[in-house]
Design a protein around this ligand. Structure first.
Ligand code: 5RP
Length: 251
């Protein structure tokens, strides 16, 4: 496996410090260059993907893009796309997409990802797996040397029925990585419910996951687990915006 990196410098003299949102917008600018008129597009979820959807809306409105049709990966993105008059479809109607663009929570050196801190992992994985290309947009804070290495959540979507039973089984599966498993709750302290009416168990690792492929398989074997946030060998390109430039990493 060989990851290639192309960097475009974005710094000029006396440029004010870029905020994280500025970096996300720069990544989004670069990503929409991949979009061509007539494409069926996967529309990601999260703050970075939302900048991409905004830009697509603008390109459509100004006639710079025509005839694109999107498949949103969450109800939030569906609402945003509708508000921008982006035509929408479903995987049932378009089972093969030309391109999906989405954010990520972690990106490792081989372009494997953790996704789903925004809770949309199931629809994201379905849409992105069905896409001929999958371009990830992120700022440099998302780079990790190993998945699980950010010490932030690696989400697992589980059915509501006996969720605690699966939380304990997930904790047991990763006891060597020193995992802490927690049910995700919303702002009111109630269990967070996904767009698919499931719960999310967040896994917090003390040390990065040693073997992502086997971790994904083992999690997938648990009955009642609907999907997990390891997106392995799925990204075609990752656009990383940092304070010293925008990098495009491809396989
Ligand atoms: C949502 C996701 C998001 O793409 C991920 O959480 C990144 O979000 P943001 O761009 O807001 O950092 O996987 O389920």
């Amino acid at each position: 496996l060989k990851v290639r990196t192309f960097t475009t410098s974005i710094r000029a003299q006396a440029v004010p410090a870029l905020t994280q949102d500025d970096l996300k917008k720069l990544a989004a600018d670069k990503a929409v260059v991949y979009v061509k008129s007539g494409m069926v597009l996967g529309l990601g979820t999260g703050s970075t993907a939302a900048f991409v959807v905004d830009k697509l809306g603008h390109l459509l409105k100004t006639g710079q893009l025509t005839n694109i049709i999107g498949i949103p990966t969450s109800k939030r993105t569906e609402e945003q796309a509708k508000s921008l008059n982006i035509p929408l479809t479903t995987l049932d109607e378009h089972p093969v997409l030309d391109l999906a663009i989405d954010g990520a929570d972690e990106v490792d050196p081989d372009l494997n990802l953790v996704k789903g801190r925004g809770g949309a992992l199931l629809r994201e994985k379905m849409v992105e797996a069905a896409s001929k290309s999958f371009v990830v947009v992120a700022d440099e804070t998302k780079l990790v040397s190993g998945l699980g290495g950010s010490k932030l959540a690696m989400p697992v979507e589980v059915v509501q029925f006996c969720w605690k039973y699966n939380l304990i089984r997930l904790q047991e599966l990763f006891k060597e990585e020193g995992v802490e498993a927690k049910l995700r709750v919303d702002g009111a302290g109630k269990p967070y419910v996904t767009d698919n009416f499931n719960y999310i168990v967040d896994l917090y690792f003390e040390t990065p996951i040693r073997d992502g492929v086997s971790a994904g398989k083992e999690i997938g074997k648990l009955e009642g687990v609907v999907e997990h946030g390891l997106f392995l060998d799925m990204a075609t390109a990752v656009i990383i915006a940092g304070t010293s430039g925008v990098e495009v990493k491809t396989k």
